[in-house]
Design a protein around this ligand. Sequence first.
Ligand code: EPU
Length: 342
Amino acid sequence: MFAVQSNYPLDKLNTLHLKSIAKKYFALTDIADLPQITAEAKESPIFVLGGGSNIILPEVYQGLIIHNQLRGITLIETTDEFVLVKAMAGEVWDDFVGYTIAKGWFGLENLSLIPGTIGASPIQNIGAYGVEVKDFIESVEVYDSKNKQFSQLNNSDCQFKYRDSYLKHNLHLIVTSVTFRLLRMAKLNTNYVDVAKALAELTNPTAQDLRNCVIKIRQTKLPDPAVIGNVGSFFHNPILDMALVGQLQEKYPTIPVYPVNDEKAKVSAGWLIDNLSLKGYRQGNVGVYDKQALVLVNHGNATAPELLALASYIQDKVWTNYAIRLNIEPLIVPEKHKNYEK
Ligand code: EPU
């Protein structure tokens, strides 16, 4: 018999702290429970919750929330060059990053202090300061709740892209663990200007120094979700054709541009919003963070509709002013949805 709870409050389980209730809630601590709990949900929608740091929850979720709390870290293989280390999906991301560096396993330092869990990391291919998690993922284990079987996806099966993956569009695949290929010798990535600047002040910086520096940068730019509700960047940085980028640069010479390939470049959505003087803008309970225009915040007691109304307002302004469509980055969880839908 499973301990499924009814009308369970999710306010503290999402970093936006949106008011939300799940009709049914189950805390998953044993992987062996997955076949039965998903089978028992029958036609009822299922959503798997990790750290709640990249989702927008509805006021009432009409299905079953499976809260992934699978824990454990296992060293699978070690060679002179690399280690393969498997972390269960419910492990806290940043604790794992700290643990790997302490062990002398490198690669994840630039991804320090990203909120959330291991299980969410491949779904949106988390990235920061010149690194994406896809560069260090060997494989992902999932439970396929549609075909009722456990399986493994290798790195290429995951079809990783900028803040996107196959998993993001196939939520019936429940991530149970992620295996990382990490380096035994640190190779510090200092492509990002602020990181390079901070590290230049140190002699022979280590991976731990890089981690400390990323933590400092994040703490100055991004609000701590424990203090003010947020999900980090709220919109993707748009990827545009060079022709449009050229026009933008002519009109706005200071706009930050990051080339993707010969034909496309990413532009800074934060800059576009900031340039419309929206930093610190507030609509009732929600607003634009005053230190980073790409971050929307809950000033207290906000609901999903209020937040999405602010998002639309910003999207409209950006469209009117620059003819650019901004896409929302976090996953919007509907009240009700059919399982297995793409
Ligand atoms: N900028 C402004 N005004 C703003 C915000 C940014 O002018 O209000 C300018 C900055 O001065 C800078 C540029 O825009 O020149 C880029 O800003 P920032 O370094 O803060 O990064 P970002 O492009 O806004 C992305 C990721 C972040 C990641 C950082 C660092 C996305 C959607 N966001 O943000 O990821 O931490 O780069 O690599 O790609 C997240 O996904 O939740 C997230 C926080």
